[in-house]
Design a protein around this ligand. Sequence first.
Ligand code: FEO
Length: 400
Amino acid sequence: MQPLEIKNDIFWVGAVDYDTRDFHGYAQVSEGTSYNAYLIKDTKNVLFDSVSASFTGAMLCRLAKALPLEKVDYIVCNHLELDHAGALAELAARCKPEKIFCSQMGVKSMQGYFDCTDWPVQAVKNGESLNIGSRTIQFFETRMLHWPDSMVSYIPEDKLLISNDAFGQNIASTVRYADEVSEEYLLNAVEAYYYNIVLPFSPQVTDALKALGGLDIDLIAPDHGLMYRGKQSTRYILDAYARLAAQKPQKRALIIYDSMWHSTEKMAYAVASGLEDVGVPSRVMSLKRNHHSQVMTELARCGAVLAGSPTHNNGILPAMAAMLTYMKGLRPKNRVGGAFGSYGWSGEGPKIIHEWLASMDMEMPALFVKTQWTPRHESFGQSHALGKTVGQALVAKCGA
Ligand code: FEO
């Protein structure tokens, strides 16, 4: 359990959580995550962020190998969510820092989580600088990226951006740099993280990229997953965020469904066939077999969403209701939508889904399709036509 020196006298002192599969109670993470914390040794020794509470011991062990705990002078809390502040009370008690810095909104979350009236807390303003000896720390607020208290810390002398949640990925590994894994693996992790956590704050991402655009950066050190070192790697993640934030339509469709007796399932495959006929690739995802966070990750590559559920108790099946609630909260933009589903008696399901998708400002080029009992020739044709119409609208939206 060693600290890793990432620049001269700058160390990674975080912890890797290989066991978690449930990120913050809402997103599935297939291999765990990491909680990254960083130490700068200078005239003033500064610790940036901490770890989830259950990893306090691991972090303290790693930190103590780089520096005796009582020699930590300052703690910077870029964000107070408990995956980064879970060890803060223990650190405050053991390090007895001269100062604990956070944003003005961070003071509120710190007071909310901790009995911190005796802590030497100092709020910093956007753009404020702190001299720590041979280095300077510049603080930039990144409000709502992804909490009101979020900020990042930039150290110009080292061209280092400690970016907190921004640019992270849920990767648990013994490697620490993004250039040590394949680009496909990295991109999937970046998209999964962005589409399940950052997506609603895409306007703030665009603003942050502008604000940070003038900085000379050759190491981006996020609080989850791998670091980006060198111009090529840092450019890669900055460009990826610009692309993800823009949500430019992509010629690929996502078909999600739940089914009771396979009728809506058969309609889903007929919808896929209609999309195929107009040259739009798609992926069919059963909500029984795919977690809502996997569906959102797939949406990163799709410009259209077609959703189907049978009617159940005059509504829709609970997995679809949960999916649409989750998706709407994440505020996807620039999508084309379509709704379908089977029914036995009352038949409200597809209309409810249509209204959900329309409420996410999706372009809805066709009326919903509903099939009573089981799909036969005519309703297969209607489902196929729905896929075609949505596919054509997507192709037009993509400008191809
Ligand atoms: Fe990684 Fe918002 O905590």
